[in-house]
Design a binder for this molecule. Structure first.
Ligand code: ZN
Length: 439
């Protein structure tokens, strides 16, 4: 045996690398954000620490501000040089991710002593990815308070729920046709055996009130596996909700970075809820939420109607959302001339049918920002014979009348309970977001 020939092999990088510490710093934020409401609380804490304050009528206009509404957050910086006609540089993203949500009257049992909960499917869930996982519960609860309804964040980190897959011996079809899940019949988690509290009683105990004080809730299941860097050389960032909390957390960090010295444009971020179900809600991208904040900022700066029009014509939105990296086991599902690699840099997303809002003009700004910051980037288009996903980009473009470019970090397994991104792309994308926000 010639051991001498077995030279040790270290990590092999044949691509440029960014700073993976940016990705590892995000792990705790992912774990702290199992629901859109928790994500907003996580980001609000980051903004508070950076000197931002809750905007109220008459506050500002100069300073660092945010506005919070349920699962949505808007934040911006107005400098002393900004005026009514200053353009905006806006980074938009979404706080929600596909998941399983508890029905209003969830207590049920399919057979025997099993206590189960009824769940609704929120958004385009890869259903199989929720099987055989330890699941916790998180969300918000509205209770009867002294002066009217009060809202509480709720989170239970115990392994409470489990959706066991049917044994292979009992599933005659699985070898021939693969796993076939009916969302009504096959997704109810088990959470106990025999006698036990109703869901309402459980929730009341969690919040510390009587069961009849609970008026309503938005509660969802989430995977308890902590976020982590994976792979031989820590190449991968693996966690739930990469789509789209990765973009949200990077947008907040980028805004904090540019807050000390904003450019000619007013830097703003808008992190919406409900993208995964079409953006049409009071806190979605099709709502007046961000337009209203822009109008309030401009009113504070004394903008006329003409100033607002001048500002809008020179403004730009970057719609930040996950992009599909070319899957090595399914390379044929991707456009062969537009292969996208994890850790190959941020991805510019283009769709001729405007499922992404990018056009040549807005794409040009993105490409220039990458070149100026010396960041590698990639271009994505879908296979022409596959339907394309979408983002907040088109809704934001229609709502604001501003140029929009769609871009984001590449990832595998979009809409899985646990997704995979590259650990180097976040640092690069943050640099590009800063470049965009500086105007
Ligand atoms: Zn998304």
């Amino acid at each position: 045996m010639v051991w001498a020939n077995l030279a040790p092999i270290g990590p092999r990088w044949d691509m440029p690398t960014a700073d993976p510490s940016v990705a590892s710093a995000l792990l705790a934020d992912f774990d702290a954000s199992p629901s859109p409401y928790h994500a907003v609380a996580t980001m609000k804490a980051l903004l508070d620490a950076a000197g931002f304050a809750l905007a109220h009528p008459g506050s500002g206009p100069v300073g660092r501000w945010y506005h919070v509404d349920g699962g949505a957050l808007v934040a911006w910086v107005v400098g002393t040089d900004h005026h009514g006609a200053s353009p905006l540089r806006l980074v938009g993203a979404h706080t929600d991710s596909p998941n399983l949500r508890i029905k209003p009257q969830p207590d049920r049992s399919g057979a025997g002593a099993a206590r189960q909960l009824g769940v609704e499917v929120y958004g385009g869930v890869l259903l199989n990815s929720w099987l055989d996982r330890d699941l916790g519960l998180a969300g918000r609860v509205v209770i009867e308070g002294v002066d009217g309804p009060e809202e509480y964040l709720m989170r239970d980190d115990r392994a409470l729920l489990r959706i066991p897959q049917l044994a292979i011996h009992l599933d005659g079809d699985i070898r021939q046709h693969g796993l076939n899940l009916n969302p009504q019949r096959h997704l109810s988690p088990v959470w106990g055996l025999g006698e036990g509290p109703t869901f309402a009683a459980y929730l009341a105990e969690q919040v510390g009130v009587e069961a009849d004080s609970i008026l309503a809730y938005d509660i969802m299941a989430y995977d308890l596996t902590p976020a982590a860097l994976n792979g031989l050389g820590d190449e991968f960032l693996c966690t739930a909700r990469i789509d789209n909390l990765l973009s949200c957390f990077l947008a907040v960090r980028a805004l904090v970075e540019v807050a000390d010295a904003p450019g000619a444009a007013i830097p703003m971020i808008s992190l919406f809820d409900h993208e995964e179900v079409g953006s049409v809600s009071t806190t979605g991208a099709a709502s007046p939420l961000v337009r209203q904040q822009i109008e309030l900022v401009q009113a504070g700066l004394g903008a006329t109607v003409v100033d607002a029009a001048v500002s809008r014509a020179a403004s730009l939105v970057l719609s930040a959302d996950g992009a599909h990296a070319t899957h090595p086991n399914y390379a044929d599902r991707h456009e062969p001339e537009h292969q996208v690699s994890l850790n190959g840099g941020p991805v510019l997303k283009i769709n001729a049918n405007q499922r992404y809002a990018t056009d040549a003009r807005s794409a040009g700004v993105f490409v220039r920002a990458c070149r100026t910051a010396d960041v590698p980037f990639q271009r994505f288009v879908n296979r022409t014979d596959l339907a394309c996903g979408s983002t907040i980009g088109p809704a934001t473009a229609a709502e604001l009348g501003m140029a929009v470019v769609d871009a984001g970090c590449p990832q595998y397994a979009m809409h899985s309970a646990r997704e995979t991104a590259g650990s180097h792309d976040p640092a690069w994308f943050q640099i590009v977001l800063e470049q965009i926000l500086r105007g």
